[in-house]
Design a protein around this ligand. Structure first.
Ligand SMILES: [Zn+2]
Length: 188
């Protein structure tokens, strides 16, 4: 039985009208450190473009579309997403709020988490093969593409027999068909 914890800590950050990171709450740094990303504490990244942290073109495009909608309509959008670590499935909710002068606030709330056995594929420092195909992972729901199916990472590892391989494949981020469809169809 995975243990399920409700956590109420909301990670909040803001971007200005040029999409530069301008503000963070204290939970931001705590989250970065817990998530094996101490280099992302606010002092290191303030003033940088949001796009410096969103590399794949599909996710970039989706965020641009959402931001445009929030700024034009001056209404918040609320979306569920996943932000997993090697040992934790995090079910989160993102609220994108318009503020004056083109500033936008992101509020990311962990709604629940499920612990799991460490998935080495998701450990940031795991040794990766620099040959062979990259695995495609949806940056929104964290599913992995296996042929034409998108599945939870544990199922993908079983299916692809990654437990048996000495080095792990690299991961490239993209959006799965379901997320792309759902998020671009978000009602106005
Ligand atoms: Zn997805």
């Amino acid at each position: 039985m995975p243990s399920v914890t409700a956590t109420g800590n909301e990670v909040v950050y803001q971007i200005d009208h040029d999409n530069r990171l301008i503000g963070f709450n204290s939970e931001w740094d705590a989250f970065a450190v817990t998530n094996d990303s101490p280099h992302l504490v606010h002092g290191n990244i303030i003033g940088q473009l949001l796009w410096d942290f969103i590399q794949d073109p599909e996710t970039h495009h989706l965020h641009q579309t959402l931001l445009q909608r929030v700024r034009q309509q001056q209404r918040p959008i609320i979306l569920p997403f996943r932000c997993d670590s090697a040992t934790l499935r995090r079910f989160m909710q993102m609220e994108i709020l318009p503020l004056p002068k083109g500033t936008v606030e992101y509020r990311c709330l962990t709604q629940r988490t499920e612990t799991r056995e460490a998935v080495s594929l998701l450990e940031p420092n795991a040794k990766r093969s620099d040959q062979g195909q990259l695995l495609r992972m949806c940056s929104w729901c964290k599913k992995i593409a296996v042929n034409d199916d998108w599945m939870e990472v544990e199922d993908a590892i079983r299916q692809l027999q990654l437990f048996a391989s000495a080095t792990l494949p690299g991961i490239s981020h993209t959006m799965c068909d379901a997320c792309l469809h759902k998020l671009s169809m978000e009602p106005d």
